[in-house]
Design a protein around this ligand. Sequence first.
Ligand SMILES: *[C@@H]1O[C@H](CO)[C@@H](O)[C@H](O)[C@H]1NC(C)=O
Ligand SMILES: *[C@@H]1O[C@H](CO)[C@@H](O)[C@H](O)[C@H]1NC(C)=O
Length: 344
Amino acid sequence: MASTCMLWLLLTQLLMLFAESRAKVPAIIVFGDSSVDPGNNNQIPTMARSNFEPYGRDFSGGLATGRFSNGRIPTDFISEAFGLKPTVPAYLDPTYNISDFAIGVSFASAGTGYDTATSDVLSVIPLWKELEYYKDYQKKLRTYLGDQKANEIISEALHLMSLGTNDFLENYYTLRGRRSQFSVDQYQDFLIGIATNFTQNLYALGARKISLGGLPPMGCLPLERTTNFMGGNECLESYNMVAMAFNEKLNNLVIKQNKELPGITMVLSNPYNILLQIIQKPSIYEVGCCATGMFEMGYACDQYNPFTCTDAKKYVFWDSFHPTEKTSSIIAGQMVKTVLSKFL
Ligand SMILES: *[C@@H]1O[C@H](CO)[C@@H](O)[C@H](O)[C@H]1NC(C)=O
Ligand SMILES: *[C@@H]1O[C@H](CO)[C@@H](O)[C@H](O)[C@H]1NC(C)=O
């Protein structure tokens, strides 16, 4: 009798241990730009949209959700790798509610950046507003699950941030405003200041697991190569250098926050090297799949364009700015295997 009892006790404890390790990351919470926006922009008046064909043609049901991709985006793959849902829904999508968002939610908005002047360009959701939505979400979560359970989810959830490219390409190098105010190095520090404040705000709201996303090799995006006709349409080295310098500063921020904020675990998910490796493989297409692949994204990439490729899997980029689902799955897989494995 006694030994059966012991066995049961042991078994129950083992099961509890297992349940605990399974629930290590109970939710994925996302902030950022089009790299991780699953459709928030569908709900706001902006030109930065992609909720029409051929976007989403390889998504479940061929649905154009508002993801800037032929299929899923990196945060979807990360969520799946953590044993959660295969997709992370948009907070503003009315077809989802708090029972879905308790497991995964994205506040991201295509076209946004750290700088409010960037989100103003296409009238999208500024980063500070993403934080306001997050506060609103926390209230709903507490009402839905009670304070204790909600607080536990918040502190154990993986908070992913992915933005910054638009601050340089859509804002600094395109408009005069910030360029007349800052050197590119000063502008980077200005953005780092905003990122510092933002991660501190997340921490104050209870977040303890944060992944900061690095910049891709921006000079190799098809749109930037297309405009680099002086340089034979090669990657624009100066933009790549800025991305590398900025990633270094982000890395320093991660080190600083890990030192200064008790109980926080922050990492840098840097896609730069893996994406550059994929791009530099010989025999890959150097343009995007959609339309000519040289200029088009958003409304310019639509179903009437006769040049859109038939098999996006053979391409690194889907449109002139955004990776294909295939590329996103490779990048997400690499991040999970390296830095994010810390949270698994
Ligand atoms: C969320 O939506 C589902 C179905 O769409 C519904 O069954 C459920 O009651 C809703 N939950 C809340 C908390 O509103
Ligand atoms: C920090 O973030 C908060 C919340 O978004 C904002 O109100 C405040 O102005 C920011 N401070 C700085 C120095 O950027």
